[in-house]
Ligand binder design. Sequence first.
Ligand code: CU
Length: 123
Amino acid sequence: MRSLALPAALALLSLASAAQAHPKLVVASPAPNATVAKPARVALQFSEKLMPKFSGADLMMTGHGGATHPPMKVAATTQVAPDGRTLVVVPKSPLGAGRYSVAWHVVSADTHRVSGNFAFAVK
Ligand SMILES: [Cu+2]
């Protein structure tokens, strides 16, 4: 029976880890630490479908003109795209040259909450 028990245990283990998968940030545009020309939006694509009600992102300006300043929130709207797994942040007015950070938090369909942040620059 031992030869059967081990594969069964492994199968259970992989089921368990699939059920406990957390949403991961797969790709962001602008990419973390990138310097880009004025982006019309910031898009964050996750590995799992998100619950729109509990998912969002704050866009902050953290510096410009070579100086840093305390994070200033940028007026923007945030939505989950039709694919269900991409957060799209659209600033109300075009982003000026400077440094920005994006602080995101998402809850996936299986109720796991994950948050993170990254920075980018606009030239
Ligand atoms: Cu600034």
